[in-house]
Design a protein around this ligand. Sequence first.
Ligand code: 13P
Ligand code: ZN
Length: 269
Amino acid sequence: MNFRDSVPVVKMGQITSNMYRLGWNERNGGNISLLLDEGDVAGFADTGHVIRTIPTGFDARRLAGKYFLVTGTGKYFRNVADNPEDTLGLVRISADGSCAELLWGYSDGGKFTSEFPAHMMSHMARLAADPENRVVMHCHPTYTLAMNYVHELSDKAFTHTLWQMCTECIVVFPEGVGVLPWMLCGTNEIGEATAEKMRDFRTVIWGMHGIYCAGKTLDETFGLAETVEKAAQIYMLTLPAPRINTIRDDELVRLAEAFGVDYRRDFLS
Ligand code: 13P
Ligand code: ZN
């Protein structure tokens, strides 16, 4: 079988199509990296040799030998399902961590997303927190972005407001969300800042840019972004009207206790 028909490639096509249709990934906006096990790659005749090597531009030694399926820079999410060889690449991090060995994909001579540092550094941080983490996902969801312009950008304030917007938020992301100020994207610096937040949070807001989420599966990670975006949507839809009801802190506590989640107590007022 060809690697393009493998489960990870097909799933990437489905998830990127969904994200595009939700308006989260206009043009080439957003990127995804999926950590694969050797078993996901073994047995595909077209993944056996290194096509070319691509410098990482940072020290990725802690991920040496690991395989990642990564969206390509400048590629459109809406084209992934139809043309995975062009829009995705399968890479293996070299033994010294200085480059990515391309085993499949980027068929037009392209390379991994410009946000490769943020992805790989986030994988390192999340794997340290949860050895089962496999996914890092970046998107530009409309209402989350809108909220960035009218709401204080701090971990505590932003999280507290999101928790108040939908009953299930504190259950889905009890650790809250990390928030970064606007920073220049595509750099090692934003990668390092994201990874620092990823030690505590699976969700990181890039101020006036978008969301980074991490998780065990594509579905779970998508669900995290979806829940944050839903809460931001409620916030933006209700913003013009006087707020006469809310989910109170004592109710958030009851929810967290009923669902048995370990939440950020210091994020309550
Ligand atoms: P890439 O096309 O390089 O993945 O960049 C898209 C993006 O969203 C940058 O933050
Ligand atoms: Zn982006």
